[in-house]
Design a protein around this ligand. Structure first.
Ligand SMILES: CC(C)(COP(=O)(O)OP(=O)(O)OC[C@H]1O[C@@H](n2cnc3c(N)ncnc32)[C@H](O)[C@@H]1OP(=O)(O)O)[C@@H](O)C(=O)NCCC(=O)NCCS
Length: 164
């Protein structure tokens, strides 16, 4: 458990899931059934983090591991996939997103041997594209009509400290 100004970061546990789902519903158009959140927590507990302020959850990040062709070389690699990350609007621009994403990247490299971390982001999501760019993610390619409403996704990826 560590603190960033008035925020606390820790791994999520099962008792957090309903609050995590509430934050997801309030802030993202991609919503999932409860079993989806619980399944990710059960399978990849080391890379599911929450941020708290005054005892209340204000953000989370959840991820999964998968294999695939590298985005940086011609090889098969273990990839960490950021499935969902969000911060409540009133707590944004204070470093919480950066801390959640950085923790998840490090955890997937250290605990699950991820060589790369990937994510999809809506092409219109300027704040998210900005934060990933600042964290040195590369823009790999556009995935046409990735989202249910037809919007394209930008696939972004970064190599972890384990990649060499
Ligand atoms: C994306 C998101 C998680 C960022 O969280 P955050 O806590 O505000 O991020 P940070 O405070 O760590 O921002 C770090 C940097 O990212 C960039 N950034 C973040 N929000 C930005 C915005 N609205 N416009 C431009 N740049 C932005 C800035 O460079 C910022 O650094 P700065 O504040 O020193 O300028 C947050 O905007 C969010 O929850 N959005 C809705 C959910 C979402 O879109 N999730 C991503 C789906 S792929």
């Amino acid at each position: 458990m560590t603190q960033l100004r008035s925020f606390t970061f820790r791994r999520a546990d099962a008792a957090d899931i309903l609050q995590v789902m509430q934050i997801n519903l309030e802030t993202l158009p991609e919503n999932y059934p409860e079993f989806f959140f619980r399944d990710l927590l059960n399978k990849f507990p080391e890379s599911f983090f929450v941020a708290e302020s005054e005892g209340k959850l204000i953000g989370y990040i959840m991820c999964r591991m998968e294999g695939g062709i590298s985005n940086f070389s011609i090889s098969w690699v273990r990839k960490g996939h950021i499935v969902s990350v969000t911060v409540l609007p009133q707590y944004r621009r204070r470093g919480v997103g950066t801390e959640l994403i950085t923790r998840a990247i490090n955890a997937m490299a250290e605990c699950y041997d991820a060589k790369e971390v990937i994510l999809e982001v809506r092409v219109s999501n300027t704040p998210a594209i900005a934060i990933y760019g600042k964290l040195k993610f590369s823009q790999i390619r556009t995935i046409r009509s990735y989202y249910r409403d037809g919007e394209d996704a930008l696939l972004m990826a970064i190599q972890t400290a384990n990649s060499h």
